[in-house]
Ligand binder design. Sequence first.
Ligand code: CAA
Length: 430
Amino acid sequence: MQSIRRVAIIGGNRIPFARSNARYADASNADLLGAALDGLIARYGLAGQRIGEVVTGAVLKHSRDFNLTREVVLGSRLDPHTPAYDIQQACGTGLEATILVANKIALGQLDVGIAGGVDTTSDAPLAVNEEMRRTLLKLNSARTLGERLKIAAKLRPLQPFKPEIPRNAEPRTGLSMGDHAARTALRWQIDRRSQDELALRSHQRLAAAYDRGFFDDLMTPYLGLTRDQNLRPDSSLEKLASLKPVFGTRGPDAEQATMTAGNSSPLTDGASTVLLASEEWAAAHHLPVLAWFSWSETAAVDFVHGDEGLLMAPAYAVPRMLARAGLTLQDFDYYEIHEAFASQVLATLAAWESPEFTKDRLGLDTPLGAIDTDRLNVNGSSLAAGHPFAATGGRIVATLAKLLAERGSGRGLISICAAGGQGVTAILER
Ligand SMILES: CC(=O)CC(=O)SCCNC(=O)CCNC(=O)[C@H](O)C(C)(C)COP(=O)(O)OP(=O)(O)OC[C@H]1O[C@@H](n2cnc3c(N)ncnc32)[C@H](O)[C@@H]1OP(=O)(O)O
C-alpha cells in the first residue's frame, strides 16, 4: 500500500466576479473558466506542462459542454495530454473538486492537479420543453419526408415553443434557495439587524482586503473588471435596513420576513482555479506552499421528508470532521463560512451553540460552542464578492490558504452549503 502524502496548496487564480447580466453578459462558462485558468498558468509557469488532472465544474451548464473542463484545457496553454473532467456538487463544486484532486495527490495517484469551478447565470442554458425535445429527437431519426411530416403534425400549436428556463429552486419542493433559507431564519429566530451587520462587515472587509493588495496574486483582471462588481464599500446599516424583504414574503409568516437583496448573495458570473501539488513537486518546481489541505467531510440533510433546513448540512458535516481530526470548533484561526445568505451563516453558528440541536440532531452531549467572529470571513465572503455557484469553493480555498501563509502558521475551517440539502467542509493548515 502507498502511504498518504501531504497535499500542498500552491495558490489560486480567479477573475473578478461580475453581477449577473452585467460585465460578463456575453461571456460563456468556457470563456470565464479559460480566463481564470490562463491566469493560473501564467502565474505559476505551467505553460506546456502536463498536469496530473484538471477537475472543475459548473452548476448551470449547456448540454454542448458535456466536458467543459477538457474543452477549456484544450484551449489553454497546458500540455494537451492533461486529463480533465467536470464534476458537480451544486455550490460545493469548487471545494469538492479541490478535495478530489487533493485526495489523489495524497494517495500518490497525482503529483500536481488543478481544481476549480465556474458559473454564469447570464448565459444559463435554455432548453426546449419536453414535447418539443422528444419531437425533435424523433424528427432527427425519421427516415423519410413522410415520417417527418407525420411526427411534426402531432405538435400542438404554440405549446412546444415555450422554453424551459432554469430556476434557482429545489426540484422536490419548488421553493427557491432564498425561501428555504427564510424558513430556517424563522426556525432559528435570526433577526434582521444581525443579518444586515454581517452583510455590511462582508463588504467592508472585502474592500479592505482589496485596498491592501491581498488579491493581487490571486486574481487576473477580466473584461475591464479589477474588483468584484457586487462590492459596495459605501453601503451602510441604514441603507441595508431600508431594503424590502425578498424571500419568505408569502404565507402566514410573511410579516416576519427579514431576507433582502442586501443580506442575500446576488446572482453572479465568475470562475476560480486552485493549484495543488505534492510536497516533492512543489519543491522540484521551486514553488512555495501557502497551506496544507488536511481534512474534509460532506453531509446531507433530509429537507424533503424531515424538518431540517435545506442549507444546514454543514452544521452536521463540521462536527463529524472535527471528531475525525480530534479538534474542537475553537481550534481555528480562521473560519470561512460561505455566505449564501447572512441568515444561513448565523443559523449554522446558532445550531453549533444550541444544546438541543447538538443533543437531538448531532447526538453530542455538549454544544460545539461559539466562535470568535473576528476570525470569521476576515476578507469578506459571498455577500460582498458575489456567488458564482461552482466558483465559490476555489475562491475560498485560495483566500484561506493565503491568509494562513500571511499568518505564518495556523488552521482554517471551510464550510459551504449546497443545494440538494448538502454541505461540503474542509480544513487547511500551515
Ligand atoms: C446554490 C447552492 O448550492 C447553495 C447556495 O449557495 S444558495 C444561494 C444561491 N443564490 C441565490 O439564491 C441568489 C439569491 N439572490 C437573488 O436571487 C437576487 O440577487 C435577489 C432576489 C436577492 C436580489 O435581486 P435584485 O432585486 O436584482 O437585486 P439588486 O437590484 O441588486 O438590489 C435591490 C436593491 O437593493 C440594493 N442593495 C443590494 N445590496 C445592497 C447593499 N449591500 N447595500 C446597499 N444597498 C444594496 C440595490 O442597490 C437595489 O436598490 P435600488 O432598488 O434602490 O436600486
